[in-house]
Design a protein around this ligand. Structure first.
Ligand code: NAD
Ligand code: IPM
Ligand code: MN
Length: 357
């Protein structure tokens, strides 16, 4: 099987972690006869602004639209963060998500026992934590009309029934493959969009009578995620709430650096990126944790290329590397990005111990 994978390293630690993920994908293809991956790198974010003045150049978008899957590092950083800037790196990422129609952002989270001790929570609270966030990715306040004058600003939050239906159907469908429980998170006591979400999710739930649905307000959910995280299975929510809750939940897993994501639309192609950002504070130092990007590569194999067995091999290799204590400094270790990547490649049995430059 041939697959055309577009790689968008982006900014900050983006290039460091995508290099690790590409090395793992390359090893996975070579270690499993019959697969041939073509990687092509393109500009996005601040790097693209510097090179050609726009965060999502036409050539990048065209390549992504023609790809079987897109692997992205991160965009943004202090260089491009002036609140009055006319153009921002993040616009490139949002434009790409919208143009690819990847409305369902999956953010799975499990807690490795070895990392549980790093959590500020009591370790027994972390037993059996196995969450799947399904974050709506192409609507809400991120994409509504924006206004700004010297004295006021607005971000419109708009959702259509169709947008809510398609993402919640995905959440229920994934719940069927898991523990058959969906928690929908909103702010229905205040927001009209949330009330539309609530009634639409209730209606979609009738198509899945074997799946249990509960609604939870986002403010109390922020607390419940930390006090009884093992009580939840699939958590579906709108764009902004999903962004915030998943970074919060990363504290359960030990570091923002280990969480992957898959962004899916109606077709097979998808956009894969770790949930963390460009981490300007550690960029260029070899300190970035590559596991979020490597696990995103595993999701790419699972969801876009139907290579479930190889995805599981990669996830098992990552677990083994954590177990063996090859950890970057965000997880209390001393290993570099390349050392962790080499350890994963070793566990995959490729015999390759150095990351190709
Ligand atoms: P961040 O996720 O970049 O960093 C938050 C903290 O987590 C930092 O201390 C950082 O060092 C640490 N961290 C993050 N990833 C890590 C990793 N892989 N290994 C070790 N430590 C890691 O969030 P921020 O500082 O709020 O944002 C920085 C920039 O990144 C902003 O411009 C923001 O817009 C952008 N951002 C981009 C994406 C994306 O491209 N998908 C996601 C989030 C933030
Ligand atoms: C994420 C990021 C992005 C988001 C930013 C960089 C636009 O925080 O992927 O979680 O808010 O979606
Ligand atoms: Mn985020």
């Amino acid at each position: 099987m041939r697959a055309n994978i577009v790689v968008l390293p982006g900014d900050g630690i983006g290039p460091e972690v995508t290099r690790a993920a590409v090395a793992v994908l390359d090893a996975a293809a070579r270690g499993n006869g019959g697969y041939h991956f073509t990687f092509s790198e393109h500009l996005i974010g601040g790097a693209a602004i510097d090179a050609c003045g726009e965060p999502l150049p036409a050539a990048t978008l065209a390549a992504c639209k023609g790809a079987d899957a897109v692997l992205l590092g991160a965009v943004g950083g202090p260089k491009w963060s002036d609140p009055n800037a006319a153009v921002r790196p993040e616009q490139g990422l949002l434009g790409l998500r919208a143009a690819l129609g990847v409305y369902a952002n999956l953010r799975p989270l499990r807690v490795h026992p070895r990392l549980a001790e790093l959590s500020p929570l009591k370790t027994e609270r972390l037993d059996n934590v196995d969450l799947l966030f399904v974050r709506e990715l192409t609507g809400g306040a991120y994409f509504g009309a924006k206004t700004r004058t010297d004295l006021a600003a607005t971000d419109e939050c708009r959702y259509t029934v169709a947008e809510i239906e398609r993402v919640s159907r995905r959440a229920f469908a994934f719940a069927r493959l898991r523990r058959r429980q969906v928690t929908h998170v909103d702010k229905a006591n205040v927001l009209e969009t949330s009330r539309l979400w609530r009634s639409t999710v209730d209606r979609v739930a009738r198509e899945f009578p074997d799946v249990k649905l509960e609604h939870q307000l986002v403010d109390s959910m922020a607390m419940l995620l930390l006090s009884r995280p093992s009580a939840y299975d699939v958590i579906v929510t709108e764009n902004l709430f999903g962004d915030i809750l998943t970074d919060e939940a990363a504290a359960l897993a030990g570091s923002l650096g280990v969480l992957p994501s898959a962004s899916l639309g109606d077709g097979k192609a998808g956009l894969y990126e770790p949930i963390h950002g460009s981490a300007p504070d550690i960029a260029g130092k070899g300190l970035a944790n590559p596991l979020g990007a490597i696990l995103s590569a595993a999701l790419l194999l699972r969801h876009s290329l139907d290579m479930e067995h190889v995805a599981q091999d990669i996830e098992a290799a990552v677990d083994a590397v954590i177990e063996a204590g090859a950890l970057t400094s965000d997880l209390g270790g001393t290993a570099s990005t390349d050392q962790v990547t080499a350890a994963v490649l070793d566990r995959l049995g490729t015999g390759q111990t150095r990351v190709a430059a």
